[in-house]
Design a protein around this ligand. Sequence first.
Ligand SMILES: [Zn+2]
Ligand SMILES: [Zn+2]
Ligand SMILES: [Zn+2]
Length: 460
Amino acid sequence: MSAKAREKRQRFLRLAFQDYYRHHAATIDSPQRLHMREFAFETWEYTWRCVQRTETDESGKILRKGCGEKGTSLLRPKVCPKCGSTGVTTTNWARHLGFRSGEALRKELATRAPHSVYHSAAFYNVPVARSMYEKQWQGAELVFDIDADHLDAPCTREHDGWVCANPDCRETGWGEPPESGCPSCGGQEFLRRKWICDRCLDDAKRNTLRVYDEFLVGDLGIDPKDLQLNYSGHRGYHIRVRDSRVFKIQSPGRVEIVHAITGTGLDGSRAIKGIRGVPTVPPRTVPGWGGRVADAIIEFLRTIDDYDGKERWVRSLRVSRESLVKGLLQNPPRLERVSGVGTKTWEEIATIAVMRYGGKIDVPVTHDIHRVIRLIGSLHGKTGFIVKSLSRDSIEGFDPFRDALAFDDEPLKIHVQGGLLEVPRFRIGDELYGPFGDEVVEIPTNAAMFLLCKGVATLE
Ligand SMILES: [Zn+2]
Ligand SMILES: [Zn+2]
Ligand SMILES: [Zn+2]
C-alpha cells in the first residue's frame, strides 16, 4: 500500500476517534486520584527531530550532518523531511502528561484524539515530572493483565501470521514466525500480524474470572467492591485492585503475589505427604493452593500429551492416566499407586502441575510499580474497540465483537490488503466477514474500522 493511502487512512482514523471522543465524554473513566496519575498518549502522528552532529571522513575533513529541525508527520519518517539526513529520531508517544480533572482529560482527548490512552497505576505527587525521582511515587494500584498472548490458545496458530521482512522474499506463514529464520531466504526479521477470535477471547475471559474469583477474592480476600474489571480493547482483560492496603506494596511484594497466583515455586513436599509410605494429596477443603493440588494434577494428566518434559515418570503417568484421574476425582482425592512413582516423584509432579494450573497473567505488568494501563472508556487504536468497563456480573455475557463497538453500521468502502497474507474471517455483531484477499469491499463502518485499525486495509 502506498504511503499516500496509509497517510489518508491515519488521518481518517484520527478524525473518527476525535468524533468518538467528542460524543462519548460521559463514558470515559476518571480514575481515582486522577490528578496524581501520569498519563501517556500513543499518538497517530510521529514527532520527529533531525539530530545535528559532526562526522569526520577518511581525509579528516569535518562534515556537518542534520539540520536540527523538528516536526510532526502521520507516517514515521525514515529520513529528515527537510534535509534528507538519516539521523532522524521519531516517537509517537507523549508521556508525563497530567490533568487536574476528568473534564480537562476529556477535553484533551476530544482535541488530540490519540491512537491509545494510558495512565499510571501509580499515584505521584508530581505526575508530570520527567524522572521517577521527581515524580515522588506515593503508591500504586495492583494491576493484572490477562492477555490471549500469554495463553497460547490453539487458534493463534490459525489466525496469527507473518510475512518475511525481506522485500525480495516476502515469504508468509501462519502461527509464530519460524525460530530458525525464514524458510525461503533465511532472514530473521518478520512482520507479524496478530488476530483475535471468539476462542482466544473466551480463553482470556475464563482466565480473568479465575484470577478474580479464585485468587483475588478467594485466596487474598479482596472485597469485590475494590476490584475494577475491563476489556482491554484487543486481546484480553484487566483487573485493577483498588484496596488501599495494596497501594504501598513495593515490587518484591508484588512478585510474591504474582507467584501466589501463577502457582510458581510451590514446595512439593508441603503438598504431597508420604503417610505410612503412601503418597497422599491434601483434601479440597484445604484453603489456597493445598486444596487445588488434586485438581492441578488432574488437569496436568488430561493435557499431559502437550507436556514436553523428558522426565522418566511422564510415560508412567500416561499409561495410568485413567485410573489416576478417577482416584483424584474422589472426595477426598486419592493417588492411585503407580509403579516407580513414589512420594518424592509426586512432589516434583505437583510442583509442575500447580505451575501449569496457575492463573495466566502478564507477569511484568503486575511487578512494575510504574506501569501505565489503558484508560477505561478510551479507544484501542489497533482495533477501534472500546476499552470497556465491566462488572463481575456483566463480564460473563460480554461479547467484545458486539459490546465493545464504537462506531455505526453505515456502509464504508475499503480496500482490504489481504493479497500477501489472507485477512482471516472475523465477526462483528451477528455478521461474519472475510476471509479477504486483495479486494475492495463495502462493509459496515464497525467492521471496516476494525480492518483499518488492524492496518490491513486502506480507504477506497
Ligand atoms: Zn534535517
Ligand atoms: Zn524470506
Ligand atoms: Zn483466536
